[in-house]
Design a protein around this ligand. Structure first.
Ligand SMILES: *Cc1c(COP(=O)(O)O)cnc(C)c1O
Length: 422
């Protein structure tokens, strides 16, 4: 391993001999797509397997991550947040809290780790065009950014409702040279945008790569996105050893599709002393349609090409979802998370809109870091969890993104527009 945690030559976990079916995570995952996409997925699988064994691929990616994305991102101590937790905790309790600062990556979140890697793959496959789905617009912006950097045409599908709520990201994508298609079917949100992107891909696979934004979808996407995001975990491991001379005792990350969580968890999966926590969006209540707690409330089913947990009604119709954070507002979840839930390796919890909003303010005012609303769900969980841990222990929060995109929404939710938002 090099200084910034990137392996010099990667170990192909993709074809691990323990895993009978490489398209599956236990019972979950697989390839449930129309015939027309099978060829493209097989081509992608081969291209990734080749790239995985090719030092030049990792060298180019490493160089891009260093000089363009700004990696490694820091692991920094959250001293005032830790003091706050200790002031409320019992004697001797209150773990030291550390922040893995993905908010400092170019474009403000972890998403760029994946899009740079996938655009490099697209170039290896000699595709001249990329497409993407986007919810809040963060993945769309990260894809448009990578496409601009490498000179590929880029088209992004976004629900019309999301495009209205996140106008600034629509403008940003267009400024970066991407074409944005507003999707007016269904609930006009991420699920519908994903359907449209898949439809586009069916008729354009010859010259087009579909840059999926999370560890979801058919094989090989969940594996590719996890591997590209695992830089977060590898850096965190090296930085933990340097900063506090041991592994973290707990790691907390928010889960939408699950890519920032998978990225930081993967490296620690075999380190049993490290407890892993994934936090889903509890929205406004546990009623169907008012949350996005797929693993907590959903059931196994098929969505967007993979068998995983899905929020669905008794007839298998995908449910409406709600979260104050657009990035967690998705009725599915990555199949590997379904597997980690089943095996018990990762503990999945739920935090509501209100709890996320409180944590958003606490992080802003105790550390001077305005987090993304998605991340605020992980922060809410981490604050309570740290209070139950011993003082000698260390807890890492994956600070998946910065909250600039959310300030207006938070001000609105707190009824603070026109006043100081506190
Ligand atoms: C998109 C996004 C998420 C949710 O996506 P995952 O695939 O679950 O990581 C979380 N945080 C931020 C900042 C995001 O932009």
């Amino acid at each position: 391993m090099t200084d910034n945690g990137v392996p010099a030559a990667a170990e192909p976990q993709v074809e691990s001999s323990q895993q009978a079916d490489p398209t599956r995570f236990g019972a979950f995952g697989g390839v449930f797509v129309p015939e027309t996409l099978i060829g493209a997925l097989e081509q992608l699988d081969r291209a990734f397997a080749q790239a995985y064994r090719d030092d030049r691929f990792w060298e180019e990616l490493r160089e891009m991550l260093r000089t363009y994305v700004g990696r490694p991102t820091p692991l920094c101590p959250a001293e005032r947040l830790t003091s706050f937790v200790r002031s409320r905790a019992r004697q001797g309790k209150g773990a030291a809290i550390w922040l893995k600062r993905e908010d400092l990556a170019h474009t403000g979140a972890h998403k760029i780790n994946n899009t740079i890697g996938q655009v490099l793959l697209a170039k290896r496959m000699e595709k001249s065009r990329v497409i993407a789905e986007t919810g809040a617009g963060q993945h769309g912006v990260a894809t448009a950014t990578a496409a601009a950097r490498f000179g590929l045409a880029c088209e992004v599908y976004m629900g019309a409702e999301d495009a209205r709520r996140q106008r600034l990201n629509v403008v940003r994508m267009r400024m970066l040279g991407a074409e944005v298609h507003e999707v007016t079917t269904g609930s006009k949100t991420l699920k519908d945008a994903t359907n449209e992107a898949m439809r586009d891909w069916m008729s354009s696979v010859e010259n087009t790569h579909y840059v999926l934004g999370s560890v979801v979808g058919p094989h090989p996407f969940p594996t590719i996105v996890r591997e590209l995001q695992s830089i977060i975990g590898r850096e965190t491991k090296g930085q933990s050893l340097r900063s506090f001379s041991k592994l973290p005792d707990a790691i907390v990350a928010c889960v939408g599709g699950g890519s920032n969580a998978a990225g930081i968890f993967t490296t620690f999966i075999d380190d049993e002393s490290v407890k892993l926590y994934g936090v889903e969006a509890g929205g406004t209540s546990s009623e169907i349609g008012q949350h996005a707690a797929t693993l907590a409330v959903g059931s196994p089913g098929i969505l967007h090409g993979a068998y995983s947990y899905v929020l669905q009604d008794e007839f298998g119709q995908t449910s409406d979802v709600h979260s104050c954070s657009a990035g967690l507002d998705y009725p599915g979840v990555g199949p590997e998370h379904a597997h980690w839930k089943e095996t018990g390796r990762v503990t999945y919890t739920v935090r509501t809109d209100a709890q996320a909003l409180d944590a958003f303010s606490l992080m802003s005012q105790s550390e001077g870091i305005i987090p993304a609303l998605e991340t605020a769900h992980a922060i809410a969980e981490a604050i309570d969890l740290a209070g139950t841990m011993d003082r000698e222990q260390n807890l890492v929060i994956c600070l998946s993104g910065r909250g600039d995109k959310d300030v207006e929404e938070v001000a609105r939710l707190k009824g603070m527009l026109g006043e100081a938002a506190r």
